[in-house]
Design a protein around this ligand. Structure first.
Ligand SMILES: C[S@@+](CC[C@H](N)C(=O)[O-])C[C@H]1O[C@@H](n2cnc3c(N)ncnc32)[C@H](O)[C@@H]1O
Length: 240
């Protein structure tokens, strides 16, 4: 199992570049976050105590969007990058019910961190850094740390089921970036190599959506489904 400290995410320059570019390179990022809010309001908001865990929280954007619809929720934000957590703390400084944990997925898998139980566990653009075996182990831990009727919602990139589809999905991604560049009047060619860099980065281990859905079902999650999909960008999850 590769340790977080050996990944690009342990380098502050790399995390800075992600923060600078995320709104452009993540397809329909605003839409993903608004679906997360809708999901939260539909399935979680009515519960008396709302405990949320964000795995690989980055600069805290997903929890921030949830706090905009429910400022009373309690959140734990976990990331291997201390640099990301500093930005998350800054973004969430107005909210006093946020708890920050500098730990890696490997720490979770090896039981080096102790987690409590949650009503909602989310992750955004992060679990594709694990192998499928590690993903399954993490999904099992997620299941064991959900309260009854709690939900897991994972927004992540996936591996296409075939080469033919992969070509089109990557083309869709390229078209999205081109559209964003036109809207924001960016003509620097800065994003030209982004898709190749994503494909070549050995930290990225996306797996097929079906494999991950089946893994959740085998673990015992109910209402497992893909809640949104745009090329390789997906939202999927299930209920305990
Ligand atoms: C693409 S960023 C996504 C950040 C944020 N969730 C978002 O949607 O903007 C991936 C995040 O996962 C974290 N990460 C990557 N591998 C990790 C690991 N093995 N353990 C913990 N965090 C990890 C990185 O530090 C980074 O903050």
């Amino acid at each position: 199992m590769a340790e977080f400290s050996n990944s690009k995410w342990s380098e502050p320059d790399f995390t800075q570049a992600y923060r600078n570019n995320a709104d452009i390179i993540i397809v329909e990022r605003k839409r993903l976050l608004s679906i997360l809010q809708s999901f939260y309001m539909h399935f979680i908001f009515g519960k008396p105590e709302r405990q949320v865990l964000d795995l690989g929280c980055g600069d805290g954007i997903a929890v921030y969007e949830l706090l905009r619809v429910d400022s009373a929720l309690k959140a734990t934000l976990l990331d291997g990058s201390n640099d990301m957590l500093i930005r998350a703390k800054e973004r969430l400084k107005r909210y006093d019910k946020c708890h920050f944990l500098c730990a890696s997925f490997q720490d979770i898998l090896n039981k080096r961190v102790i987690l409590s139980n949650f009503d909602l566990i989310i992750s955004s653009m992060a679990t594709h850094h694990l192998t499928m075996e590690e993903k399954t182990s993490l999904f099992k831990i997620v299941y064991s740390h959900l309260n009854p009727d709690g939900y897991f919602l994972n927004m992540d990139v996936i591996l296409s089921p075939s080469e033919t589809l992969e070509k089109w999905y990557l083309q869709l991604w390229r078209e999205w970036i081109t559209e964003r560049e036109a809207t924001l009047k960016i003509d620097s060619h800065e994003y030209d190599g982004i898709i190749n860099r994503y494909k070549d980065n050995t930290d990225n281990n996306p797996d097929r959506l079906n494999t991950q859905i089946e893994s959740l079902q085998e673990i015992g999650f109910k209402d497992v489904d893909c809640y949104y999909k745009y090329g390789i960008f997906t939202i999927f999850g299930g209920k305990k």
